[in-house]
Design a protein around this ligand. Structure first.
Ligand code: SF4
Length: 306
């Protein structure tokens, strides 16, 4: 009987169902839909100065300690990081290597460790954090396409979730990410993220200590879908439990083959979605639509978020 249970445990461990794609394959032998084996691959490690102000800060010598993982389970047609998410770029890192990289970022003055697209390497990341736990906050920076149980398993590891809420309808989620279940899956996961981190909290210098930031990128021709996404988020998770980051930086260069995405978002579209967010009661960040660097404008609500 014991032997039988051990075998069952091995099957469970090898069959990957970390994310809602639920490939249920052995990633030691085959690549999942995320494009990755079990071995952690990292495309870039850097101090990142262009995340939200409470993540990147304003000191030009510091920034968010970003670790960009290779691969992605979602594969949006307009992805700005296609080389990293699906292009096979990156070097293999053991959990010890990642632990050392996090320590180096901390020594360089990073405000936090920002794990970008981490879901498919959740196990290796947890192992790395068991080896070395930085004294700065750990940020899980995700597409929002997460299983609630995977998020729950990050309790004690994640201080901050920087998550997307991309779509409000199955139609748009299916068209651009082949994930018709995205709206429901994402709000369920975000609710769990709030359970893990609690409400937003800040250090005395306004840098984020704990909580959830929800990013929403306005897409061309999709303002009504954006409205539905924000309404679903407000109804399911509650405006007061998250900080909203409303983004305008959609770049048509990355979706050249898709006619309706071959332009930038207009001011009318962005302002329409911003007004919906304000009406629903969200607080957070807006983005300068004209900025080539996609800089953030702190606090579109005109309120202090502390
Ligand atoms: S993490 Fe990768 S292999 Fe695992 S279920 Fe998701 S897409 Fe499939």
């Amino acid at each position: 009987m014991r032997q039988f249970l051990n075998n069952m445990a091995n099957i469970e461990m090898k069959s990957c169902s970390l994310c809602p794609r639920e490939c249920r394959i052995d990633r030691t032998k085959k690549l999942g839909l995320c494009g990755e084996s079990n071995d952690m691959r990292i495309a870039k490690i850097m101090l990142h100065r262009f995340e939200e102000p409470c993540i990147s800060g304003t000191d030009p010598k510091r920034g968010s300690g970003a670790v960009f993982f290779s691969g992605c389970p979602l594969h949006c047609v307009y992805c700005q990081n296609k080389d990293i998410s699906g292009g096979g770029v990156g070097k293999l890192y053991s959990p010890t290597d990642l632990a050392n990289a996090m320590r180096e970022l901390e020594e360089q003055g990073a405000y936090n460790i920002n794990l970008v697209t981490p879901t498919h390497f959740t196990n290796g990341i947890k192992e790395a954090l068991d080896i070395y736990r930085p004294r700065i906050p750990i940020v899980f920076n995700t597409s929002g396409y997460e299983k609630a149980e995977t998020v729950r398993g990050l309790s004690g590891y994640a201080d901050i979730f920087l998550t997307d809420m991309k779509y409000g309808t199955a139609e748009t989620a299916s068209k651009y990410s082949k994930a018709p279940d995205y709206p429901h899956v994402a709000v369920t996961a975000i609710k769990e993220m709030v359970n893990v981190t609690g409400s937003p909290r800040f250090f005395s210098d306004n840098m984020m200590k704990k909580g959830v930031i929800v990013r929403h990128l306005v897409l061309p021709g999709c303002r009504r879908d954006s409205e539905k996404a924000l309404r679903l988020l407000a109804d399911t998770v509650g405006c007061e439990n998250v900080i909203l980051s409303l983004m305008s930086q959609f770049t048509p260069d990355f979706a050249k083959d898709i006619k309706e995405l071959s332009r930038r978002v207009t001011s009318f579209e962005y302002n329409y979605v911003r007004d919906c967010a304000l009406e629903l009661g969200f607080s957070g960040f807006g983005q300068d639509r004209q900025s080539a660097k996609a800089d953030y404008t702190p606090d579109f609500h005109g309120k202090d978020n502390n």
